[in-house]
Design a binder for this molecule. Structure first.
Ligand SMILES: Cc1ncc(C[n+]2csc(CCOP(=O)(O)OP(=O)(O)O)c2C)c(N)n1
Length: 343
């Protein structure tokens, strides 16, 4: 059964989605901008408020459902995918959003996270990636950069870090987008497109924790240098960036490279054109892995490939099983074999 959007959508505004709860995040936390962008995106989707559910795990970001005037569930650490899956299966017409931090989804919840992606259950996963545990006051997480000094790594993080997008592709994920908490316009656009996608949409939001990991995404988000460090991908458009809009991404053998249009005979025709719908994930993976200082960070919808959803398949199985069943009611089933009367 396909997700149904109300036929005569109610006219709702951003304000309608704000709850009466006081928002309790640190002043300057990136979570405020994400909350505001989600509230701005929802009226565009045409759902009734009561058809929307926010499910979170545990962490600062997971306070999110309190601040939404929708249904919500603050669940347990790392297990939001299980709860969100249950909600979607019980009522496939709901718009289900999962809110999670990098510690919540990639450490304790890593297993649940990859299987939600593998199943392609139709939920929207907003992964707030501040590369640190915020709520428990600054221990390192699986996305913390190697060498980072934290409360739990006083001599620096000794191991390599996870890239959420790579993990998603490895798990068979068919939708991956990346945004930044300093660009509400981009966030709102990406949230709308992600919610319209049928399947697990994973949106990694590069989010700043002002207290425990300030400016960890500074190179990407710094407004002065943003043009040089951000590649805004759009399906069907060439991968061009830079202040002068003269830099681009080209394939050289099996690797990507940054080139300047107009130099060394490079023309716009040499620049790769983004195809978010290509089922082969190789190029998407290369875009996901790009990082500074030599490469810009890819933002926007990187991968969006049509793929059957777990919830649709399960509903269809139930419909078929009911249609082909020998017994149509529980009474018929119970009376179908030998029966005895107990006196
Ligand atoms: C079973 C369990 N283990 C550990 C904790 C402690 N704990 C609470 S939140 C958290 C990590 C939160 O970090 P993250 O997911 O990155 O979210 P943020 O607070 O940064 O938004 C941990 C370890 C817990 N609540 N439950």
């Amino acid at each position: 059964m396909a997700e149904q959007i109300t036929e005569n959508p109610p006219v709702l505004t951003k304000k309608d989605f704000a709850s009466d709860q006081m928002v309790r995040w640190c002043p300057g936390c990136g979570d405020y901008a994400i909350l505001s962008s989600v509230q701005a995106a929802l009226p565009e989707l045409g759902y009734k408020k009561e058809d929307i559910v926010f499910v979170s795990g545990i962490g600062c970001s997971s306070r999110f459902p309190y601040y939404m005037s929708t249904y919500g569930f603050h669940s347990i650490h790392g297990r939001a995918p299980a709860v969100a899956t249950g909600v979607k299966l019980a009522n496939p017409n709901l718009s289900v959003w999962e809110i999670t931090g990098d510690g919540d989804s990639l450490a304790i919840g890593g297993n649940h996270f990859i299987h939600a992606l593998r199943r392609n259950i139709d939920i929207n996963v907003l992964l707030f990636n501040n590369e640190i545990y915020g709520l428990t006051k600054g221990q390192y997480s699986p996305t913390s950069k190697a060498g980072l000094v934290t409360k739990s790594t006083p001599f620096g993080v000794a191991e390599g870090s996870f890239n959420a997008g790579e993990l998603a592709i490895g798990a068979g994920g068919s939708f991956f987008a990346r945004t930044i908490d300093t660009n509400p316009k981009l966030m709102t656009k990406v949230f709308v497109e992600s919610a319209r996608y049928k399947g697990t949409s994973l949106i990694e939001i590069l989010q700043n924790c002002v207290i425990y990991n300030d400016k960890t995404h500074g190179e990407v988000t710094n407004r002065e240098t943003a043009d040089e460090h951000q590649l805004h991908l759009e399906h069907g458009k060439p991968m061009i960036f830079g202040k002068e809009k003269n830099k681009g991404i080209r394939l050289n053998g099996l690797k990507l490279e940054v080139v300047t249009i107009g130099e060394n005979g490079v023309t716009e025709g040499d620049i790769l054109v983004h195809d978010a719908h290509e089922p082969d994930p190789v190029l998407h993976l290369m875009l996901i892995r790009m990082h500074g200082p030599s490469f810009p960070t890819a933002l926007g919808i990187i991968r969006s490939v049509e793929s059957p959803t777990y919830n649709d398949i399960l509903v269809q199985q139930q419909v078929n099983a009911t249609k082909n069943a020998k017994f149509k009611t529980m009474d018929e089933l119970l009376n179908s074999g030998e029966t005895w009367e107990v006196k």
